[in-house]
Write a protein that binds this ligand. Sequence first.
Ligand code: KIV
Length: 272
Amino acid sequence: MSVAKKEYKRVTVKSLSEMKENGEKISMLTAYDYSMANIVDGAGIDVILVGDSASNVMAGHETTLPITLDQMIYHASSVIRAVKRALVVVDLPFGSYQSDPKEALRSAIRIMKESGAHGVKIEGGKEIKESVKKILHAGIPVMGHLGLTPQSIYKFGSYTVRAKEEEEAEKLVEDAILLEKMGCFAIVLEKIPADLARKVAESVSIPVIGIGAGNGVDGQVLVLHDLLGMTYEFNPRFLRRYMNLYEDMTKAISQYVDDVKSRDFPSDDEQY
Ligand code: KIV
């Protein structure tokens, strides 16, 4: 069933709540730089996530752990300069909030002040409760992130589906309810069974946005480079590729190399 889309000049946390209420699905994608954010925003995305997946797709690290707060602020500032409509949410990177709530607040304030972002995302539930409260008390919108939380990859040991066992599933539902109670405006659920994700979306009134969490949630998020087919070696079941940019870019660049070598480029028309 598709639902009539309400026009939003600027998407706010309130718009997202209205979308859930009206049954309109929320679209969310990552972006890390000005040029991509300009295209993503212009195409009508609701939420842009400056994800710490920048650590993988922009910097080539194996995990999200190495990216720093300064680097996240750099990416977020570039995105903010491009965006006219979308809500921009920025990941609190690993090490910027775990040690104590005051540090978590300082990190969130730096993101908001130095990049101009509209909110932050933070991984975890009950164990980071005090940090979430502190950030929320400062008036900063917080998006939660449960399920597969990549900053804990060394605790999990692999990127397989989370919360398949009852105990972990129960904790996840409790964490989602806690995040809502504290005042988070939305929750990302990553790589969990679709039935559980649907149950979470029905148990809370804030929007639940899934990645590898099925179709019963209130919106979907993907990493932009995956959707565009730039990360050709990454093939999880949940990923739908809309382009094969890796191949198209390789072809275009090889053609340019050939054209330079053969002196075809620049032509008479392409010089002064
Ligand atoms: O960093 C990121 O891109 C994310 C999404 C996978 C939700 O957290």
